[in-house]
Design a protein around this ligand. Sequence first.
Ligand code: BES
Ligand code: MN
Ligand code: ZN
Length: 494
Amino acid sequence: MRFFVVTGSAARQKTDCAIVGLHESAAISGAAAQLDAVLGGRIARLVKLGDIRGRAGEVTLLDTDRGPCRRVMVIGLGKKDGFGRKRYQKAMATAAAAVARTGAHDAVSYLSLETVAATDPYYRARLAAEALGHTLYRVPAIRSKRERAEPPLKSFGVAVAERDQKADAERGLHHGQAVAAGTALTRDLANLPANVCTPTYLAGRARELARSYKSVRAQVLEERDLKRLKMGSFLSVTAGTDEPAKLIVMRYAGARAKDAPIVLVGKGVTFDSGGISLKQPPGMDEMKFDMTGAASVFGAIKAAAEIGLKANIVGLVPACENMPNGRATKPGDIVRSMSGQTIEVINTDAEGRLILCDTLTYARRFKPAVVVDVATLTGACVIALGAHLTAVMSNDDDLAAELEAAGRRAEDRCWHMPLAEEYHEQLKSNFADFANACGREGGAITAACFLAKFTDGMRWAHLDIAGTAYLTGAQKGSTGRPVPLLMDFLIHRA
Ligand code: BES
Ligand code: MN
Ligand code: ZN
């Protein structure tokens, strides 16, 4: 998709499809009014007839026989009150889906001229590009028959009111396109079945990223390297599978070599059966998504490389399967982590923290400015926040606030949950330094407390995306979250 910015009257803009908005019980104004004039009042007549009401989700497609544009698409925006980022993005998604069903090769959106609470031309352009990418994304389905053809849409324009807003909007489109590309990579990887997307496959995709971008390098540590590093905790998770584990290191260099990097750590359990603490069958197929944290690190590295972000980023992905063969770790086993701390494995299904803790210890060697880990870590997080918000826990309140703000701006929100001493007590063990699991109360927080034991002296935050990483039921599939949040965080820091 090619993106561009347009200025001036909609009545003079040449395009296959002009997209305008109309709020519920509001007068036709702006670009809609300009095009209504070209159409000889057809929009106004349809409003009068009650066919166009401006309700959210409403789409009206009109052909034109005059003027430089071939079609006018009127998108209902709902009530004018409270029209913010979320509803703007929804309207953009509605428009994108509708345009993709037409024969239009290009389109121009004037929705970016609407008043959208707490945004500027940069964000309206960026969110438009992200919404378009998100809506036009197709799952890499593995079917025996060919899928329907790609939509013909090839280029997409976004309008700004004033010429001096053009540069900001162009920057927004550029960033939005990069975020969309990163998000699409995340969704592709996460949607793949676990018999395709193995740790070895992920390692190959990391090398491919490094081949595609000069600014990215990839290195893959094998199990013998993990043994040498004394990653006993990570290795205990992969003990029960035939698939070899990998620690994937991706480095994006966009700043001076001496600038401290931001380290992103992504949980890469390519399938989580629970191990000996085997999961129940219902929904177990969804545990192929247990590497979405890893996929989001791939997505963020790709988006950063697309933007040419002025930052150094290290992506660390511990990748393995959690399976129950005869060599599998058993409940009650005690393992020694790379940090030297010993862990009683109460439950082999609490495996994410066991691979992340050794990776957090490994992260120290990069002398990071901050470390952010991303993981589908706990079912308890899904109970706490549902499918809407990601949980953020941190040993630094400012960092948590920074991530919350990034989530609000990117419309990919997260919510700060506490890490208090009382929760740490739940992880006490009679036989080792601490246990990997405990009672169900506060499960998302106790999991974060476990990780916190490996982050002394580092500025660290943990994103639990168990509820937000993918949809279930008929909509089953990766959402690409939290790539928009991560990218907003990184862009604001750079
Ligand atoms: N991958 C799961 C967490 C999960 C559950 C993600 C549901 C998405 C949806 C994780 O490895 C896990 O099994 N966690 C256990 C921890 C418990 C044993 C302490 C859980 O949440 O039940
Ligand atoms: Mn598990
Ligand atoms: Zn898991």
